[in-house]
Design a protein around this ligand. Structure first.
Ligand SMILES: NC(=O)N[C@@H](CC(=O)O)C(=O)O
Ligand SMILES: [Zn+2]
Ligand SMILES: [Zn+2]
Length: 346
């Protein structure tokens, strides 16, 4: 059995860092192990303009631990008023790496998102011209569509029509959760990729609902049935391009999660690499962890992989905190429900 595993330093292609005291609390958890991360723009108010992104990047940099080499890759939140020139200038400056599409009302802090896709066509066309990826939260918001079907329906009703209407648009289907999504991306050609989260490789909807409702397993898109988890696992561990790690680590105060109307998001930054190593080991695919966590993402984004390496070591079960503090609040760390034997060597 492998006892040590060295890989290029991983990146996180979908991360929520929030702002203020929460940013200060969670940033070190990601900066400790990851080289770069795509930073989600769903703050309140959202990161809409290049000026917003510059300000947010400054606040992130100001909170980075001394000597950290972590690079935040910024994104803009697409609204119906987004100016194509502002996006193009931000991309040309190297300030932003992607634009994020939230269908209005689909998830946490998505109220300013898109309702009428015709209104964002000029931005999407400019992005296709300059090769700037569109990161998509792929769920319809139609109240008539069952929550477990919202990703699959989004592909047919929104994603595929938008891609056909905008030739050359590069799209990342974020936090894919279904076999339908995996198949769409796998068969979709070089212009489409997908991020897969840590938690969706571990939990299915039974973990969320059987024996009591588990608010810390509630996220969007919601975990689906086991056959879908297996499709994600297969895509992540196959080593093929265009599927890569985006943890979607999404911290919320425990008071907001453990509520009669608990909010969506799993906080996985703290133990993600230990969880992934365990998952890949159980799938007999440790040799493909580097492709998933460190190689496929940069390849899709047209960036070089990180030059430096991290080493994972196998041993006695790893101790990690059950929660971290953020100002006056606590944030529960994702519990995979099994012991973790892999730690990142210092
Ligand atoms: N994934 C989630 O359940 N929540 C994310 C939003 C998102 O990525 O959809 C959040 O910002 O909390
Ligand atoms: Zn999302
Ligand atoms: Zn997210």
């Amino acid at each position: 059995m492998t006892e040590r595993l060295t890989l290029r330093r991983p990146d996180d292609w979908h991360l929520h860092l929030r702002d203020g005291a929460m940013l200060a609390a969670v940033l070190p958890e990601s900066a400790r192990h990851f080289g770069r991360a795509i930073i989600m723009p769903n703050l309140v108010p959202p990161v809409v303009t290049a000026a917003d992104a510059r300000g947010y990047r400054d606040r992130i940099r100001a909170h980075l631990p001394e000597g950290s080499g972590f690079t935040p890759l910024m994104t803009l939140y697409l609204t119906e008023d987004t100016d194509p020139d502002d996006v193009a200038a931000a991309a040309a400056d190297g300030l932003v790496s992607a634009v994020k599409l939230y269908p209005a009302g689909a998830t946490t802090n998505s109220a300013s998102g898109v309702r009428d896709f015709d209104r964002v066509r000029p931005v999407l066309e400019r992005m296709a011209e300059i090769g700037l990826p569109l990161c998509v939260h792929g769920e319809v918001t139609d109240p008539a569509v069952d929550i477990f079907d919202r990703e699959a329906v989004f592909i047919d009703r929104v994603l595929d029509p938008v891609r056909r209407a905008t030739a050359g648009l590069r799209v990342v289907m974020e936090h894919v959760t279904t076999a339908d999504g995996v198949a769409y991306v796998r068969d979709g050609g070089a212009d489409i990729g997908a991020t897969i989260t840590t938690h969706h490789l571990v939990i299915n909807r039974n973990h969320l609902l059987v024996g009591g409702i588990r608010p810390h397993y509630y996220c969007l898109p919601v975990a689906k049935r086991e056959s879908h988890r297996l499709a994600l696992l297969e895509a992540a561990t196959a080593g093929a391009g265009r599927f890569f790690l985006g943890t979607d680590s999404a911290p919320h105060p425990d008071t907001a999660k453990e509520s009669a109307c608990g909010c969506a998001g799993c906080f996985t930054a703290t133990n993600t690499l230990s969880v992934l190593a365990e998952v890949f080991e159980r799938a007999d695919a440790l040799d493909r962890l580097e492709a998933f966590a460190s190689l496929n993402g940069p390849a899709f984004y047209g960036l070089p992989p990180n030059e430096d390496r991290i080493t994972l070591e196998r041993g006695a079960p790893v101790d990690y905190p059950r929660s971290i503090s953020a100002g006056d609040e606590t944030v529960t760390v994702f519990d995979p429900g099994f012991p973790l034997h892999w730690r990142v060597a210092a």
